[in-house]
Design a protein around this ligand. Structure first.
Ligand code: SF4
Length: 323
């Protein structure tokens, strides 16, 4: 029986604690099923106590930890194309290592129909494919009615490819079970159909804290403006008001400051909530612009020109993610 250490190097925070890490949860199940003891890694001084330590690093910008000889480090922060070995990927997720997490969590599908050049999903996961049924994701004893889906292209999970696990079956199940659902990675609005938007209106869609009713989309590429505006109209016509739509806005990749301003002001004029994601968190303009937009009180009370003239202390890592 071996002693195994798990180490979550970084991750998005949820109410002050890191989001559950699916890879570590599956590694935990794999080793427990083999009869091994699994615990959180206690740090470098205790590294010799473990037969193996698995570390997961999601972000490329977070500091690299010290790596003892018996540590395996992986995750998108190390290599975009990192995947788990098949025998671990098939394991159920172990909720014992994240007790009291107040939601279920997982993928109903993987992959994406788009190929945005700044994104690792198409390279890592390829075209959309079915992954898990909704019922198979509902495994957390503390999850209640809250479901957080990590899908990157929920509506890309086509009925033509899989008749038992596809967007229609999954959204009907979400509605039938009366789940609060958070599409935390955002939904594609460029090609959402009126039928899909109507299904959305029947869902109890939520932010990541499950305390506000809105659904997240993205407008990352300025050139998608027409498709985005048409998509918003379809969603509004289906019955979801602009104020219930949040948009991730990537800045600093291939857009100008004028195009950034145009996107956030267009969304504001349609009643939607933009949320800016800087491509380079160290860039002064990107930090300032994100700070202005993401503080909704400030965004709604002064223009970018006015905000830009103000003295400010900016730490982009302090931005409150209102997903
Ligand atoms: S639509 Fe989203 S998930 Fe798909 S490639 Fe673009 S950024 Fe990535």
């Amino acid at each position: 029986m071996a002693k195994i250490g798990l180490y979550q190097v970084d991750g998005t925070k949820y109410q002050g604690i890191p989001f559950p890490n699916l890879a570590l949860m599956q590694i935990s199940s794999y080793h427990k099923n083999k009869g091994d003891t699994v615990e959180w890694y206690k740090g470098l001084m205790f590294a010799h106590e473990y037969e193996k330590i698995y570390a997961s690093k999601i972000f490329s910008f977070s500091p690299m930890p010290e790596i003892p000889e018996n540590m395996i480090i992986g995750g998108t922060g190390i290599d975009f194309t990192n995947v788990l070995p098949a025998e671990i990927e098939q394991q159920p997720i172990d909720w014992e290592i994240y007790p009291n997490t107040p939601f279920h969590y997982g993928f109903s599908m993987k992959g994406c129909r788009y190929k945005c050049t700044f994104c690792c999903v198409p390279k890592k996961e390829g075209n959309p494919r079915a992954y898990n049924t909704i019922d198979r994701i509902l495994t957390n004893p503390s999850g209640g009615k809250n479901l957080m889906l990590l899908d990157n292209d929920f509506f890309g999970n086509s009925e033509k490819k899989n008749s038992e696990n596809n967007w229609r079956v999954n959204i009907e199940r979400i509605i039938e079970l009366d789940l609060k659902v958070c599409f935390v990675q955002g939904l594609n609005i460029r090609n959402i159909t009126s039928e899909q938007a109507t299904y959305l209106t029947k869902c109890n869609y939520r932010n990541s804290k499950f305390n506000k009713k809105y659904v997240t989309f993205a407008w990352d590429r300025w050139i998608d403006g027409k498709a985005i505006r048409n998509g918003i109209e379809r969603v509004i016509n289906a019955g979801i008001p602009g104020e219930n739509m949040q948009f991730f806005i990537l800045i600093g990749y291939d857009t100008t400051p004028e195009q950034d301003l145009e996107r956030v002001e267009t969304l504001k004029s349609m009643g939607c909530k933009p949320f800016v994601m800087p491509y380079n968190r160290e860039n002064r303009y990107q930090k300032d612009f994100a700070r202005w937009v993401n503080n909704r009180i400030v965004f709604n009370s002064c223009s970018w020109q006015e905000y830009n003239k103000m003295p400010k202390k900016v730490n982009v890592n302090q931005m409150v993610l209102e997903l």
